[in-house]
Design a protein. Structure first.
Length: 148
């Protein structure tokens, strides 16, 4: 008898599940168009978000390169503006989102003032190095045939 009482109880949830499945199948054709449309919009949204992310990364790379180029006018290693200076890319952007050359210059000069060894070394070489004794020596064919 215990088996008989449990059997109808297990059949009732199965019957309820069948009714639910039939209800879903009946309502699916009516609701398929809005669901498909919503799924299409979700797919378009995901594609647009991924494109936005890619373009944002590219824009940040171009802006970072611009900051490094401008910092290279004052710093020997332009990356120091981010590492030593502790700045982020957003610190050098104006209200329109463009790189502000004045902010980059100010930050670069501040780093050079606090650490002069990081300054750009352009022109810090001896231009007469390895020329030897006579700097303005003119060569001609006769000099080539002379025995020293």
């Amino acid at each position: 008898m215990a088996d008989e009482t449990t059997t109808p109880a297990t059949e009732e949830p199965q019957a309820a599940a069948e009714v639910t499945e039939e209800h879903t199948e009946e309502s699916s054709p009516n609701e398929s168009k809005p669901h498909k449309e919503a799924a299409r919009y979700r797919t378009q949204l995901r594609e647009a978000e991924s494109q936005l992310q890619v373009l944002t990364e590219r824009l940040n790379a171009f802006q970072r390169a611009d900051v490094l180029r401008r910092a290279g006018e004052h710093l020997d290693a332009p990356e120091d503006i981010f590492t030593v200076g502790g700045h982020a890319l957003e610190d050098f952007l104006d209200e329109a989102g463009e790189v502000d050359p004045n902010k980059v210059e100010e930050a670069s000069k501040a780093i050079v003032e606090s650490r002069p060894g990081l300054a750009s070394r352009v022109g810090a070489y001896d231009r007469y190095q390895a020329y030897g004794g006579k700097v303005n020596r003119e060569l001609n064919w006769a000099d080539l045939f002379k025995a020293n």
